[in-house]
Structures are given as C-alpha cells and as structure tokens.
Ligand binder design. Structure first.
Ligand SMILES: [Mg+2]
Length: 276
C-alpha cells in the first residue's frame, strides 16, 4: 500500500500534538544515546520518532524507515518492502537544539519514496512544530502551504535577497573569508537551525537561498524539503552546481546549495569559483 499524502500529514500532526508542548521544557533535553545520524538523541527526539514508528506499525504497511535516531528499520515485511522499494525518510525533529532551548524554529520532516534515490521521492510533508503550518508536495503536482499553492520568489541578486548560511564551526573564519565576495551580494544572512524548514521558506518565497557547507549535513534533514522546493520551482544543487540525486540511506551526507530559479546561475558561478 502506497502511503497517501493525507496519511503523512496525519503522522506529522500526531508528532506536533505530542512534541509542541515539550518545546522549551527542561525534560525535553534529557540525553539518551548517540543517534544513528551522529547527534546525541534527546528525550524530545525519542518522543517524536516513537510516534512515527508506532503510526507506521498501525498502518499495516511494509516499508523501510530511514530515520535520524534509529537509523534504518523495516516496518512490516522486509522482503515486501525491499521488493516494492518503499521508503520513508524521516527527521523526527529537525532543529532539536532550538526546540530544547525554546527557540521557535523546528520541524518534522517526512519524505516518501518508491525507489533508491532522491529523484524517487514522490511525497513530502514538513510541519512547523511551532506554528502548525504544514508544507507538502506531491511529485508533479506542486508544493503547498496548508491549502495554498506556493512558489519560490522571483528575486534576483539586485533585490533584497535573504539567505541562510550554515558553515562548519571548524575553520569558520576561513569559510567566511572565502565566501565573502558572495556574502556581500546578499541583503541579509539568517542562520536559523532547521534545514527542512528553511528549504520550505525558500519554497514559499520568504527567503532566496541556503548555502550549507557542512559535509555532515544528512539526507534525513533535506529529503522532504528537497521535493517541496523542487515542486515550488526551486533548486537543490551540489557545490559544483549539479542537481543532487543521492542514494536514500542513513549514511548519505552532503553539503548543498538551495535557491530560487533566478539565483541559480550566479550561485553556481560564484560557488564553483571559490575553493570550498
Ligand atoms: Mg533531528
């Protein structure tokens, strides 16, 4: 059985219901273990992931779950899931550090795929855990915020472009120096802390670009935002300017740039000319 977009939204809303009241609460930050994605799993991450696992079990479906804390886990019949190549790529809580500190910028990211690569992602949902806004997309049918169709902005580099810059803390100043010709061209820089949500903000035209140079950036953070952005007319590119289509796996990690269509040429030109 294929997971419907309504089913994905219901799972996201279930996580919202349980996790929203934990935002900024001391207990949320209790550490449990090192997650499969490489970050420390906190109580709030575990709550979010368990709701997703339980929801999938109740659906009586055969699927491979790829999720930040647990890694890869088959739900239902493993052989059937492999044969149908059905996968759900999940970050149960993107922006955990914001959530536990009470900063209102975190989300749940759910991407459904039938296949082995990012191009096989066909449905996506990202819910803002603070506003309850649901961003969603179905491949070939467009991207939406709640009931309204969304699209990327038409801003070019001469307009007031907002961009997010996520740089490795190691050698931070080296990266800033190398990127300075590019940084100077933008109107404002924001560093917000949930990649899934930022991709949605580019998709709805509130921001123009996101440059994430962290090689530890995980597929689970961007899988859903990737489809939503693409369906809204945006781009997700590797640092050498090629469309990203990586393998769907818990081990898949990559830096990227995301942008509206107007900024694609200049970002490609400027980033590929920098030694990053
Ligand atoms: Mg997470």
């Amino acid at each position: 059985m294929e997971l419907s977009i309504d089913t994905l939204k219901k799972i996201a809303l279930r996580v919202y219901k349980e996790v929203h009241p934990l935002i900024g609460v001391k207990k949320a930050a209790q550490k449990s273990k090192l997650g499969a994605g490489g970050d420390m799993t906190m109580y709030i991450d575990t709550v979010a992931e368990n709701i997703i696992i339980e929801s999938l079990k109740r659906l009586n479906t055969d699927i491979l779950l790829i999720s930040e804390e647990i890694g890869e886990k088959y739900i239902g019949d493993r052989d059937k899931a492999n044969k149908n190549k059905k996968m759900l790529i999940v970050d149960p809580l993107d922006g955990s550090n914001n959530a536990v500190r009470g900063i209102p910028y975190s989300s749940v990211s759910l991407a459904y795929a039938e296949g082995t690569h990012m191009k096989d992602i066909i449905k996506a949902v990202v819910i803002d855990l603070n506003t309850k806004d649901i961003y969603w997309a179905v491949k070939g049918e467009g991207a939406f915020l709640n009931n309204n169709k969304i699209s990327v902005s038409e801003f070019d580099i001469t307009q007031k472009c907002f961009f997010e810059l996520n740089l490795p803390m190691k050698n931070l100043f080296k990266y800033i120096k190398e990127l300075s010709p590019l940084i100077k061209r933008f109107y404002r820089v924001r560093i917000l802390g949930s990649s899934a949500l930022t991709l949605c903000h580019i998709a709805k035209g509130s921001m123009e670009a996101f440059i994430n140079l962290r090689r530890s950036n995980r597929l689970v953070d961007v899988a859903a935002g990737y489809l939503i952005l693409k369906e809204a007319g945006g781009k997700l590119l590797s640092l050498n300017g090629i469309n990203i289509d990586r393998e769907l796996s818990i081990n898949t990690k990559f830096p990227f740039m995301a942008c509206n269509a107007k900024l694609e040429p200049i970002l490609k030109e400027m980033l590929t000319s920098e030694r990053i």
